[in-house]
Design a protein. Structure first.
Length: 238
């Protein structure tokens, strides 16, 4: 697989800090930036370019003057993710069902990193892959959040339950508000797509089905916004 180009100053900075950057390309006029200093301190090669060349490397002019070349983002085995999660007190795992927009996934990963999520579980099919757009929108959070890609979410839920996790799914059909659940235990929070929600099969394997109470005229939230709301509450109440 070919290497990825991650664009943007903040995303490139995190690629450098996490050690994932193989090479950092920077506009010559930004040679004094702190990201350049960090890259040199870590022994990461830095190449200075003029705007046309950097845009060609990035395949976009929206690069903010920074492009980091990284290896493809590889998922981890579900067993490994669960073992790592169980080392934490009241761990929180995020499961995604049908997130197809890379901008949504990138924003979700940013929230996952911010609120201490132990990892993300995604489907192999019907889900956006871990690509360059996701990395850019996540502002580099993709470097810190482990992702397990599985063939079947219901089977993954069974493995999570065997490891002591409780399954909390967010769905507009729920009668229970998300604040009504006790999160002082290992939790897998399931979030579905904005258009289709969570599949019936996954809902059927859930221990709790909750919703975000709303009082406005629009009856749904963007998937990444809803995830941020839920994660912030769970993180502060576990």
């Amino acid at each position: 697989m070919k290497d990825y180009c991650v664009t943007g100053r903040n995303a490139s900075r995190e690629m450098v800090r996490s050690g994932r950057a193989l090479t950092l390309y920077v506009l010559k006029r930004l040679s004094g930036d702190s990201v350049v200093t960090e890259a040199k301190e870590k022994g990461i090669p830095v190449r200075f370019c003029e705007d046309p060349e950097l845009s060609r490397i990035a395949k976009t002019s929206s690069h903010q003057g920074f492009v980091s070349v990284v290896e493809p983002f590889e998922p981890v085995p579900l067993k490994q993710l669960l073992q790592q999660a169980k080392s934490k007190q009241n761990p929180l795992i995020l499961m995604l069902d049908g997130i197809e927009d890379p901008n949504n996934l990138g924003a979700i990963m940013r929230s996952a990193d911010a609120f201490g999520v132990a990892g993300i579980i995604m489907k192999k099919r019907g889900e956006v892959p871990l690509n360059e757009t996701v990395a850019r929108v996540s502002t580099g959070a993709i470097a810190y959040v482990d992702v397990a890609v599985v063939s079947n979410l219901s089977q993954a839920i069974s493995e999570c339950k065997d490891s002591g996790f409780w399954i909390v799914s967010s769905d507009g059909s729920a009668t229970m508000g998300y604040q009504e659940v006790d999160y002082h235990c290992p939790i897998v929070l399931v979030v579905g797509s904005e258009g289709f929600g969570i599949s019936k099969n996954v809902l059927g394997h859930s221990d709790f089905i909750v919703k975000i109470p709303m009082v406005g005229h629009v009856n749904s939230l963007n998937a990444s916004v809803a995830t941020g709301i839920l994660l912030s509450y769970v993180a502060l109440n576990r």
